[in-house]
Design a binder for this molecule. Structure first.
Ligand code: V07
Length: 254
């Protein structure tokens, strides 16, 4: 439950929300959807049953986020480290984007949701990319919620790719090394067109970032809950939003 939330936030950070913004809905919410395997184990089910159940929750939270006016929802679906899992589990996970989109894409189009992908395309199976690319294509004109799936994403991989691109551009004379500042670095990351997350939620009691958006989460509010992702509901999501709003109000007051 969210009473068990823990967070850290330093006073006087540069982008503290002003008081009049304190009741606002976070523009960008990022979620580490953890606890699917544990949920299945507790029920004596195979891990993949937890992933399947977790997929149903994605749907509920996407709808809720869109309804309350969140602009960007980033979901950590598969990390660069997840390839180390048993092959059958990886193969199952790589079918989930298709399974999800086969059923939900028409509704996403209807709900004005715009699907995006964040992560290295290399190594993703062709069938997975085909499904995701179709969704991106069919929703590219949509103006509602940006649903940003992190697939084969790792923050260090992202930073490595950015540094290599920056070095290449310096070498080619496109930019000078003196001009490299925060905004230049941000413009080489996979999130270059997105605002930084205002709120990070991680389910299932782990209090780590696990290589997720290390640069982008520098000033975000963190909400951790013991609830396992398959048990996470709209109610829990709204509790996290309220917690964000309360914190924003407190920091706005000082
Ligand atoms: C995955 C379900 C949610 C819990 C976390 C792990 C398992 C939805 C997608 C997805 C990805 C891209 C896309 C549409 C849907 C997904 C993976 C795992 C790999 F365009 N859920 N979900 N992808 N899980």
């Amino acid at each position: 439950m969210f009473e068990k939330f823990t967070s850290w936030k330093k006073d006087k950070v540069p982008n503290v929300p002003k008081e009049n913004e304190s009741m606002s809905i976070p523009h960008h919410v990022a979620i580490i959807m953890d606890g699917n395997g544990r949920w299945a184990k507790q029920k004596g089910l195979p891990r993949v049953a937890g992933h399947r159940e977790g997929m149903k929750v994605v749907n509920k939270i996407v709808k809720k986020a869109n309804d309350i006016g969140v602009k960007v929802l980033t979901l950590y679906a598969f990390s660069t480290e997840n390839w180390k899992r048993p092959k059958p589990e990886v193969e199952f996970l790589m079918k989930l984007p298709e399974l999800y989109l086969d059923k939900e894409l028409p509704k996403l189009v209807e709900q004005n949701v715009k699907v995006q992908l964040m992560g290295r395309r290399e190594n993703l199976p062709e069938h997975t990319l085909r499904a995701v690319d179709t969704a991106i294509e069919q929703t590219k004109q949509n103006t509602g919620l940006i649903l940003n799936f992190a697939l084969n994403y790792g923050s260090r991989a992202e930073i490595i790719d950015a540094v290599q691109s920056i070095a290449k551009d310096v070498e080619a004379g496109v930019i000078s090394h003196e001009s490299i500042d925060e905004s230049v670095i941000a413009s080489y990351l996979m999130t270059k067109e997105l605002p930084d997350p205002d709120l990070l939620i991680r389910t299932s009691g782990e209090m780590r970032l696990s290589n997720f958006m290390l640069w982008q989460l520098a000033y975000s509010e963190f909400c951790f809950t013991d609830v396992l992702w398959p048990d996470f509901s709209e109610k829990h999501f709204m509790e996290a939003i309220h917690m964000y709003q309360q914190r924003a109000r407190r920091y706005g007051g000082v």
